[in-house]
Design a protein around this ligand. Structure first.
Ligand code: ADP
Length: 391
């Protein structure tokens, strides 16, 4: 019996490896999704088609080991599958990789060249591609870039007011979470074409959080810029900050480059401001003044960005929430939308508590929606479309 062909999707984070197994079809259908968490420390494997299990440290000492363990488990859980394509989430595609690419030597070289632009993410994506190429030498490897969706933004939204030589070296506003925004655009195109054609603000609120303004399903502006640090406060990242604060920290507080980097990426945001946790569920349950103020700050930044993106779009027809917080926190969504009547947003709080999908009143000029993020589907679709393509 020949193996059933499937697409494997991989999303390698700093200490996690998310994966999915999809049919080769249009649209691809997920056979299973899962992840390995805490790679290198106390790894755990969770499979949607089976129970999670703690791994021995040596079973997932690094991404390559984690992938081998995942493949073993998939072999047990889904016997008879044959991986014909592997789709990878790659955080940075730079100025030129503006769509999914079959990974050949030139593409791999470009992905490696861009690693300094995303030093905390890109090396893990590279490790994922290398591990998959070893495990499936005959499968086509397809890289899908988080920056690609934003590359067609108007030039003014791509610029910083720095001397032009830095732009030429790649210091531009790239924007991230593009695979998530591409999925939302696709859902709107299929289910609400009148909104898809219009001006839409999407708030992807997870551990990483950003917002995107789109018209006709194309990105016009985004809150993240050169790196995934800008814009909203996140689980552990600052979001927007006066660059002068960084100079102060280095010149007056004597922080090294590494210390500033750690502070901005892993010690700030919800965790830093609350002094409690990066997990919104913990903050919502805590009810302390610091936790409540942290949530209020998170919400206030989202509200300001809605104003900014509405200005960039020339108005707004729909607001979409996605990501772990966007999909599950009625408190955050309600607080974001309350008092936004001046912009035509009228939340329906009963619908909001029920998590939508529509959470605006019938009279609201702006439609407010909750749509689950599904980056894996976007990756699977891109990889399935290239089955049979050769390196
Ligand atoms: P990542 O960016 O790592 O993919 P997710 O999209 O899974 O993150 O989002 C994680 C965030 O979602 C965490 O802050 C978590 O607290 C929050 N979250 C998940 N479920 C809920 C819930 N039921 N209520 C409130 N927040 C939630």
């Amino acid at each position: 019996m020949t193996d059933q062909p499937v697409v494997l999707t991989l999303n390698a984070g700093s200490s996690s490896l998310k994966f999915g197994v999809f049919t080769v079809a249009e649209p691809p259908v997920a056979k299973t999704l899962g992840l390995v968490e805490a790679i290198g420390t106390a790894p755990v494997l969770r499979l949607s088609c089976g129970a999670g299990r703690a791994l021995r440290a040596e079973e997932a000492a690094d991404h390559s080991g984690a992938l081998a363990t995942v493949l073993d488990s998939l072999g047990d859980a889904l016997p008879g599958i044959g991986v014909v394509a592997v789709g990878h989430r790659v955080v940075h595609g730079g100025p030129d990789l503006a769509g999914p690419r079959v990974v050949d030597d030139a593409v791999m070289e470009e992905i490696r060249r861009l690693a300094p632009f995303a030093p905390l993410h890109q090396p893990h994506n590279i490790a994922g591609i290398e591990a998959a190429a070893r495990a499936f030498p005959d499968a086509v490897q397809v890289a899908c870039f988080d920056t690609a969706f934003h590359r067609a933004q108007p030039r003014l939204n791509d610029l910083y007011a720095l001397p032009r030589r830095y732009y030429d070296k790649g210091v531009r506003r790239y924007g991230f979470h593009g695979l998530s925004y591409a999925h939302i655009a696709e859902v709107l195109r299929n289910e609400a074409p009148e909104l898809h054609a219009g001006r839409v603000i999407v708030a992807h609120l997870g551990n990483g959080a950003s917002m995107c303004g789109m018209i006709g399903g194309r990105s016009v502006a985004s809150t993240m810029g050169f790196t995934a640090l800008d814009g909203l406060a996140m689980g552990t990242r600052t979001g927007q900050i006066d660059p002068g604060v960084i100079l102060y920290l280095m010149q007056q507080e004597g922080l090294s480059v590494e210390e500033v980097s750690r502070l901005l990426y892993t010690g700030s945001g919800l965790l830093g401001l609350s002094g409690l946790s990066n997990d919104l569920r913990v903050l919502e349950a805590a009810g302390t003044p610091e936790a409540d103020e942290t949530i209020a700050y998170f919400v206030a930044r989202i509200r300001r960005e809605i104003g900014s993106l509405a200005a960039a779009l020339g108005g707004v027809d729909a607001l979409v929430f996605c990501g772990g917080i966007g999909e599950h926190s009625a408190r955050v969504r309600g607080a974001v939308c309350d008092g936004m009547g001046w912009l035509g947003m009228e939340p329906d709080h009963a619908r909001n508590r029920a998590h939508g999908p529509v959470i605006s009143t019938p009279d609201s000029r702006v439609r407010i929606l909750v749509i689950p993020a599904n980056e894996e589907l976007v990756i699977a679709r891109a990889a399935a479309a290239r089955v049979g393509a050769r390196r």
